[in-house]
Write a protein that binds this ligand. Sequence first.
Ligand code: ATP
Length: 206
Amino acid sequence: MTAIPLLAVDGLAMRFGAQHLFNGLDFTAGPGAVALVGPNGTGKSTLLTLLAGITTPQAGTIRIAGHALTQAPREAKQRLAYVPDESVAYDFMTGAQFLGMVDALRGTRDLAHAAPLIAGLGLTAHMGKRFAAMSLGTRKKFMLAAGLMGDAPVVLMDEPTNGIDAAAKAWLAELIRQQGASRLLLFSTHDNELIEATGARLLHLG
Ligand SMILES: Nc1ncnc2c1ncn2[C@@H]1O[C@H](COP(=O)(O)OP(=O)(O)OP(=O)(O)O)[C@@H](O)[C@H]1O
């Protein structure tokens, strides 16, 4: 019996006006680290929003652990987490409130399980800070913590090392390398150090 891939993309087409980003894109991925690479503007961020079910493609099917995003959006989205490049938190929220909100939306109400992640990313001292007062890198770390702290088998990350310091980057790379044994961590990046440290398989766009 063949195992169902965590991510299966079939015949995906996306264009903005006359600009075709991809036309008939096919790939599958199981557990592991996968780096989405390619020159600026080739559609890496757009592909991630399609895989996350935030944007709708003109054609094609995306299945998350066998569940098609269009036919079974709830089942598919329950199994994925998406880390955007820029913060999506309200400025008035503190880091703790934001992570608590994400946790509650996922149906768990206990941030204790995220403590190693919060410490590893260097966020412990920033939990009480409002997003309005955070640096760009700290905001990015909270987005990463929110995406990684659940048990989603598919984690999509847009430029995960953008703006974060060397210590957090090394910690994140090791986490991705280790967690690749059981989940799919698919990220767009221009960071060759991250690719090397995670041992990610490359998926080229453009
Ligand atoms: N909502 C939109 N409307 C029109 N064009 C868009 C939209 N979103 C993205 N594009 C265009 O699609 C192309 C791909 O953009 P995208 O941000 O996905 O590229 P990328 O590969 O992630 O780039 P980078 O490496 O710079 O982050 C760009 O030419 C962009 O201008």
